[in-house]
Design a protein around this ligand. Structure first.
Ligand SMILES: Cc1ncc(COP(=O)(O)O)c(C=O)c1O
Length: 380
């Protein structure tokens, strides 16, 4: 028998009690029992996103829908926008905006790098008519964490009334996400990453200034965030709610908030770094300029093809992510951002020892495990 284990940067391992939350009798989405759960979930989500008392819209969709909705609800058709593209998901922002006919200025970086606020400022001076800036926070394809606060500050010094819209799909619940302090206007995420819930829910938070601009700027129907806001404040959704997914999310948020946001962030950062340090001891190289705690993006040792690492993990029942697009030959990306603890880190590292040995690398059994154990036990 091989036990299956999910160590990808989403979907992630999900606690049994989160899955079980959706296993009872089906609730009607307009019933008072569901309204209570929906309102509780909204409050917990807002607490997780540090926007207590504000609206985080819950959509029955995957994360990409939230940022698409955020853009088309706040920025008029045809407007000029600046898109930061340093990986697969930055590129998605670019594609979404292009597909709606926005005039997109692209700030393109090599994969692994993070946006330079000075360059953001320079580009905006060149394009002072930009209505919005879109960026990823945690760029999952490269394991890089952009400094959203610094980007937003630089942008708004040049164009104070522009909107800063941020894809926080693999940062919400993983590390500090603080929309008001960062002075951003849109924060978008999904259920299947740091919130260790099943896939299928997308979240959208907008600043009050952004809400004020939501006024039929483009053609949309299902993606009408104003309509959702009005319904969701009353514990309703404009259309049929994803009842079971909301029930699951509610339990997951309860667990994470009981642990404490800061404790969750510290734990995840610590676990991710333990994998990176252990992998470095076996000849792998961290890929990102500034590490996101959501994923250990690692360059394989010179003589090893990364897809072979991914395949060898699969042979052991473990799913990890490989590199995307041109990074496929050399990048692999295990992640423990879901329902995982220190012993999952040890499992990933022990498997990587085994896999690299199988692929011809000179790795002593237990050597990287020792690195990870020491890091996990000695660093706060
Ligand atoms: C940073 C980032 N943005 C967007 C997405 C897309 O999310 P979804 O697949 O939920 O639409 C992902 C998924 O991996 C992601 O990691």
């Amino acid at each position: 028998m091989t036990k299956t284990r999910l160590y990808t940067p989403g979907p992630v391992e999900t606690p049994p009690q989160v899955l079980n939350a959706a296993s009872g009798a089906m609730l009607h989405h307009r019933s008072s029992a569901f309204v209570d759960i929906f309102l509780e979930t909204r409050n917990r989500l807002a607490e997780m996103a540090k926007v207590e008392g504000e609206d985080v819209i819950i959509l029955a969709a995957s994360g990409s829908a939230a940022f698409e909705a955020g853009l088309i609800n706040t920025v008029p058709k045809g407007a000029k926008v600046l898109s930061i593209n340093a990986g697969k998901f930055g590129e998605r922002w670019f594609k979404v905006a292009t597909s709606y006919g926005y005039e997109v200025v692209e700030y393109k970086l090599d994969w692994g790098n993070v946006a330079d606020p000075l360059e953001v400022a320079r580009l905006l001076k060149e394009h002072p008519d930009c209505a919005a800036l879109m960026t990823t926070h945690s760029e999952t394809s490269t394991g890089a964490l952009h400094d959203v606060a610094a980007i937003s500050k630089a942008a708004k010094e040049i164009i104070p009334d522009m909107f800063v819209l941020v894809d926080c799909v693999t940062s919400l619940g993983v590390c500090d996400v603080d929309p008001n302090t960062w002075n951003i206007d849109g924060m978008f995420s999904g259920s299947q990453k740091g919130l260790m819930s099943p896939p299928g829910l997308a979240f959208a938070w907008l600043s009050e200034r952004a809400w004020a601009s939501v006024n039929n700027l483009n053609s949309y129907f299902y993606m009408d965030l104003r309509k959702e806001r009005a319904a969701q404040q009353k514990g309703q959704t404009a259309y049929t709610a994803a009842v079971g997914l909301v029930q699951s999310l509610n339990v997951a948020l309860e667990m994470l908030l009981a642990e404490g946001k800061e404790a969750v962030w510290a734990r995840r950062e610590h676990m991710n770094q333990a994998i990176i340090d252990a992998a470095v001891s076996m000849g792998c190289t961290p890929f990102a300029e500034r590490t996101s705690p959501a994923v250990a993006a690692l360059r394989a040792p010179e003589a090893v093809a990364a897809p072979d690492i991914v395949k060898a993990f699969a042979k052991r029942g473990m799913t990890i992510a490989g590199g995307q697009d041109h990074a496929k030959p050399y990048l692999f990306r295990p992640s423990v951002m879901g329902y995982a603890d220190s012993y999952d880190v040890i499992t990933v590292v022990a498997a990587l020892e085994d896999v690299l040995r199988e692929l011809g690398q000179d790795v002593a059994y237990g050597s990287a495990v020792a690195v990870a154990m020491k890091y996990l036990n000695t660093t706060a």
